[in-house]
Write a protein that binds this ligand. Structure first.
Ligand code: ZN
Length: 291
């Protein structure tokens, strides 16, 4: 199944539901960053979280979801735009922790810390929201963020299944947001149902698509209103790398040139390697007004 998300309405139009399958995208991220299983799960959940947040965005907008904790992974970042083109980064890809109750221990790998959301909405200043991590398991933290920071009553479930060969065999999730006119009864019924619903990774491994997943989660039909494909994509380029070097300033660039060595810049999101010989830096000094 091609990676995609579906957006739908349910419960007499009082629930907005988004269902996501991004197995290939997360497997791509795993291979780019060479992550160990616990990290693959953390990275996958943060990617899915960012994609779910971007699913309600308008043209030109994008969102960065950053999870920073005192656990061995330290930091996971995913950035997704309004077309669900997502890229991600993890500080320590080679963390290994024993299973807890037969599951990858993402909470321990992340530890305590903060979940940060930065939204580029096309305004002068980006929107920023921060909450303390509740469990480090990501889904619960993201729901807490939506409830507390954005005052959107929401439930989030995320799941990643890593196979014994370390590849990602299932990844996805769903997000349910309730509108103000959803009654207390609807919310209570939903909360109770979500407590007993099976894990997302199990649903995806069973072959469920986003629509079936959402319907199993809420126990009611969902009317689909939008579909988006999801893809791992990094917009980095040599020009952007040169811009970043230009921002260092003339003095720093002159120092780099004086070393008479190639400057190597590796994109932290896609690991693409940019090699800039001294004469290119010299050209940059001459042509770029920022340098
Ligand atoms: Zn890149």
């Amino acid at each position: 199944m091609e990676d995609h998300l579906l957006k739908g309405m349910a419960g007499d139009e009082t629930l907005l539901v988004v269902g996501l399958i991004d197995t290939a995208t997360v497997e791509k991220a795993r291979s780019v960053h060479d992550t160990y299983p616990t990290v693959s799960a953390a990275l996958g959940r943060v990617i899915s979280g960012a994609v779910l947040l971007s699913s309600v965005m308008k043209e030109g907008q994008k969102v960065v979801l950053q999870v920073a904790g005192d656990g061995p992974i330290r930091e996971v970042v995913a950035e997704s735009d309004w077309l669900c083109r997502v890229r991600a980064y993890v500080k320590r890809p080679h963390v290994h922790l024993p299973l807890r109750d037969g599951k990858l221990d993402v909470g321990k790998a992340i530890g305590t810390g903060f979940l940060n959301v930065i939204k580029d909405l096309g305004l002068k200043e980006p929107y920023r929201g921060t909450v303390e991590l509740q469990s480090g398991e990501i889904a619960e933290d993201l729901a807490y963020y939506l409830n507390v920071s954005e005052q959107i009553p929401a439930a989030v479930s995320l799941g990643v299944y890593v196979d014994s060969d370390n590849s990602v065999k299932a990844s996805g999730g769903f997000m349910i947001q309730t509108f103000p006119d959803a009654g207390e009864e609807t919310i209570t019924r939903l909360e109770n149902r979500l407590k007993s619903v099976r894990p997302v990774s199990a649903m995806i491994r069973d072959g469920l698509g986003p629509k079936e997943m959402m319907e199993e989660a809420i126990g009611a039909p969902v009317r689909i209103i939008d579909k988006k494909n999801v893809i791992y994509s990094c917009p980095c380029s040599k020009d952007r790398v040169l811009d970043a070097i230009a921002a260092l300033g003339r003095k720093e660039i002159e120092e780099l040139i004086n070393k008479e060595e190639d400057v190597e810049v590796i994109c932290r999101f896609c690991r693409k390697d940019y090699v800039l010989p001294p004469d290119e830096l010299m050209y940059l000094l001459k042509t770029n007004s920022r340098a």
